[in-house]
Design a protein. Structure first.
Lengths: 226, 252
């Protein structure tokens, strides 16, 4: 078990070091998030709608679109010099490789999600109130399910010529539960509704994350095998 | 060679103690048959060099032997145990040096080796990594990012990576490609050291001289099949090139 965890940790560490040195993905995702928030800010007629009432949907759509920019490049550096092939020929189990890459993507996406929420809070005058912990949990669970599916389908699309176009087509339909329950939960938290009203959404997001992780871990070996 | 060996394909010697066996390996890509039914049986300590023209399917064969490519038909055995091409301890027995280095350009030399070592479950990396770098003459480059190194140095790092986990079976795909004479000499020294009687090596190369000097068995692969196989003692360097061309031209 400790060897398995060491292998997962090695993949996470390697992906984070590579990101720290190349800044390929977080920079693109972060810049997209800030620009999207700025554009949404000017696109809304504040005399017709209250920004706070639609902020939750915009936050999640920004996370999804921005996230795909980065997750779509999960295997980009792996293909340089055939590194992915080398990793697959080690004795590390394929699910450990998947888990490592998913966790690294999760950390990067969570960082971007924090930036998204901070920027929307600033532009839309949101009051995150006393339920910041609940909001953190909602975003974490949604992001976990998102990156699990995103990592799996990024492996599918990375080997194809139309990879970056293919990824959203494959992933968007599967993200519906995350968008629906994440948006509902975030809207209720921003409206300062009682925590009990968010519990059902949290359960659904937990189920979504678990199913996405299990599916990804189970199917990854078939996706990367030639 | 005192008398020219026959250009007819020879059946591989089958021994009970074969470390690496390939049985009727076929690999098809769409309509292209890359490997068309190859049998190999290598005992402990043997060094097989496979020559062949471009497109002969040598790399595909090596990838199948390495467990990186599932064959369309046939099976690979290591010490009699059939590979299932999934995860497993058997992967620790195989080291692969491809013409791609499998290295991350933005990681340092040491970070690359530590990363691969951890994936192989090695725990003595603090001693093992410097030792391997010393063997390939790159101890002073441990802190360099791989992208800062020349092709020859990268190939030596890749060799250190391939041997890091001390595999029983070493598979080398065109290791001499693009190397300067110094890097080629370093590689030759490391490969000679591999002939310690306990490792089984398969090398694919176009470099006839280096390939012959290291081998104790030689095969010539043409159009996905072994067109000739024999022992090194049947051949001499001076006339091998002519013999090689004859085998390639006469192969069906």
């Amino acid at each position: 078990m400790s060897e398995y965890l060491g292998q997962v940790r090695a993949i996470v560490w390697k992906d984070l070091i590579l990101e720290f040195r190349t800044r390929e993905r977080v920079a693109a995702m972060g810049a997209f998030a800030v620009l999207a928030a700025v554009l949404f800010n000017y696109a809304i007629d504040r005399t017709a709608v209250r920004p706070q009432t639609i902020a939750s949907g915009l936050i999640w759509m920004t996370i999804v679109f921005g996230g795909l920019l980065g997750i779509g490049r999960t295997f980009h550096l792996e293909h340089e010099d055939g590194a992915l092939q080398g990793v697959l020929m080690t004795s590390a189990p394929k699910d450990a490789i998947f888990l490592g890459k998913t966790l690294a993507n999760f950390l990067l996406l969570y960082l971007v999600a924090i930036i998204v929420v901070a920027v929307f809070t600033l532009f839309f005058g949101l009051d995150l109130g006393p339920r910041l912990d609940l909001l953190a949990a909602v975003i974490a669970l949604g992001a976990l399910g998102f990156v699990a599916l995103g990592t799996l389908f990024s492996a599918v699309s990375s080997g194809t010529r139309m990879g970056e176009t293919l990824l959203p087509i494959l992933v968007f339909p599967l993200l519906l539960p995350m968008v629906v329950y994440g948006t509902q939960a975030t809207g209720r938290i921003l409206a300062a509704r009682p925590a009990a009203e968010v519990t059902a959404n949290l359960r659904m997001l937990t189920a979504f994350a678990l199913v996405a992780m299990a599916t990804g871990a189970g199917l990854f070996r078939y996706v990367v095998e030639e | 060679m005192s008398t020219a060996p026959s250009a007819a394909p020879a059946a591989p010697p089958r021994t009970a103690e074969a470390v690496l066996e390939a049985v009727d390996i076929v690999r098809v890509f769409g309509a292209v048959v890359a490997v068309g039914g190859i049998d190999l049986a290598l005992s402990e300590g043997s060094f097989l060099t496979i020559f062949g023209p471009n497109g002969a399917g040598k790399t595909s064969l090596l990838r199948v032997l390495a467990g990186g490519l599932r064959p369309t038909r046939g099976e690979v055995r290591i010490r009699g145990k059939k590979l299932d091409f999934g995860d497993g301890e058997w992967r620790r027995r195989i080291g692969v040096l491809s013409h791609q280095g499998f290295l991350y350009g933005h990681l340092t030399v040491e970070e690359n080796l530590r990363f691969y070592g951890t994936l192989f479950g090695l725990t003595d990396l603090s001693e093992r990594v410097p030792m391997r770098l010393e063997e390939v003459g790159l101890a002073d480059r441990a802190a360099f990012e791989v992208r800062q190194l020349s092709h020859g140095m990268r190939q030596r790092v890749a060799l250190a990576r391939a041997l890091l986990h001390d595999p029983d079976v070493v598979l080398l795909d065109e290791p001499y490609t693009g190397l300067d004479p110094y890097a080629a000499a370093v590689l030759r020294n490391v490969l000679v050291a591999l002939k310690d009687g306990r490792r089984t090596v398969v090398m694919v190369t176009h470099n006839l001289t280096e390939g012959l000097n290291l081998a104790d068995r030689v095969a010539i692969q043409v159009a996905g099949r072994i067109a000739w196989e024999g022992t090194r003692s049947e051949l001499v360097v001076d006339s091998f090139e002519r013999f090689y061309h004859r085998v390639v031209e006469e192969a069906p």
